[in-house]
Design a protein around this ligand. Structure first.
Ligand SMILES: NC(=O)c1ccc[n+]([C@@H]2O[C@H](COP(=O)([O-])OP(=O)(O)OC[C@H]3O[C@@H](n4cnc5c(N)ncnc54)[C@H](O)[C@@H]3O)[C@@H](O)[C@H]2O)c1
Length: 251
């Protein structure tokens, strides 16, 4: 891929050391963006930089559930470049369990990364985007936001991302800032591999397209939603899921 849609744009991706975040970071860089990744996993982040052939990708080790650290990372990059065009809130975790077994810690951990982290990064990014009257915020929900067995904490976080995106979209609109979300279905990443095997296999059996998706499918959607040409799209939740979100499917 070698478009130049993002030439000179500054793009931030949380959770970009592996999986969907990595695929997006690499795709944005291949399209000309200066991409900064934040991730907890230092060695995986170093691998991303080592594998980068564009010279436009860099990584920081950061916990986005820490509001002070998240703001410091974003302010530092925006101040250095004098701009911030795209904020991708991708970092997320799962701590699946039936409701009676979800610990208070696992409840808070999932909300802290997926929902609070999205808020912290969006709030900090918006301040810079507003100054220039341009910005794209893309956050990660999940097909699970409508409900999924054994994931009540994750469902709450991902439904929260949808609500947050819609609420923020109304505020960003008058400043040239769009806010959208992607709700991936089952995409082949380390997170999917870590899910409970039988539950995962059951879900895969329900995908109308009969296969899991690839991180590149998400990167393609993300680079469209964050592009200049998508400027009249805001408050949208885009299912990228092989049709599983449609509902009942006869196999
Ligand atoms: N893969 C799927 O099938 C799928 C489906 C629906 C939704 N999603 C969502 O898409 C996003 C990416 O998923 P993935 O499959 O690539 O996950 P993944 O687990 O493969 O990668 C997530 C990355 O986020 C990082 N991370 C976790 N907590 C962090 C924190 N506090 N601060 C900074 N970085 C942190 C991890 O180190 C990891 O590199 C997540 O929000 C996930 O909930 C994924």
């Amino acid at each position: 891929m070698n478009f130049s849609r993002y030439t000179d744009q500054v793009v931030l991706v949380t959770g970009g050391a592996q999986g969907l975040g990595r695929a997006m970071a690499e795709r944005f860089a291949s399209e000309g963006a200066l991409v900064h990744v934040a991730d907890l996993n230092e060695s995986a982040a170093a691998d991303v930089v080592a594998a980068d052939a564009t010279g436009r990708l860099s990584c920081s080790t950061l916990d986005i559930a820490d509001p002070v650290a998240a703001r410091g990372w974003i302010d530092g990059i925006a101040d250095r470049h004098g701009r911030l065009d795209v904020m991708v809130n991708c970092a997320g975790i799962i701590r699946d369990n039936r409701i009676e077994n979800i610990s208070v810690d696992d409840w808070h951990a999932v909300i802290a990364v997926s929902l609070s982290g999205t808020f912290y990064c969006t709030q900090a990014a918006f301040a810079h985007m507003k100054e220039r009257g341009y910005g794209r915020v893309l956050s990660f929900s999940s097909m699970s936001w409508r409900g999924n067995f054994g994931q009540a904490n994750y469902v709450a976080a991902k439904a929260g991302v949808v609500g947050f995106t819609r609420g923020f979209a109304l505020e960003g609109a008058r400043h040239g800032v769009t806010a959208n979300a992607i709700a991936p279905g089952l995409i082949d990443t380390p997170m999917l591999a870590s899910m409970n095997g039988p539950a995962r296999d059951k879900l895969i059996g329900k995908v109308p397209m009969r296969s899991v998706g690839e991180p590149a499918d998400i990167a393609a959607a993300a680079t469209f939603l964050c592009s200049r040409e998508a400027g009249y799209i805001t408050g949208v939740v885009l299912d990228v899921d092989g049709g599983i979100g449609i509902g009942s499917s006869i196999r």
